[in-house]
Ligand binder design. Structure first.
Ligand SMILES: [Zn+2]
Length: 98
């Protein structure tokens, strides 16, 4: 189910939950029964994790606007080993470990 936005001339904005891809251009208003025209809004990208979005934005920007440096960056200090990639298959978690 997805939430679709409509605008009723009497009641204003109306939200209706319908199966994805089945929203008609005009529906009967659930409150007054009048015709409501579908409206479109931007996706709710603002609800994403800000740190994750900053990393994604930085990676995207580095494709077209790479950082210019005047010297070789210092080697990163030895830190903890990165966590292993998360296994997707849950059956892998039940396998014996060394
Ligand atoms: Zn209405």
């Amino acid at each position: 189910m997805a939430t679709y936005g409509y605008r009723c001339d009497v009641d204003g904005p109306v939200e209706v939950r319908l199966p994805m891809g089945t929203a008609p251009a005009v529906i009967a208003c659930p409150d007054c029964g009048g015709s409501s025209v579908r409206t479109y809004t931007a996706p709710l990208l603002g609800l994403a994790d800000r740190r994750r979005m900053a990393v994604i934005d930085h990676a995207e920007a580095s494709r077209t606007e790479p950082a210019v440096v005047s010297s070789i960056p210092a080697a990163p200090r030895a830190t903890r080993r990165p966590a292993p990639a998360r296994r997707i298959d849950p059956r892998a978690l039940r396998l014996p470990r060394p």
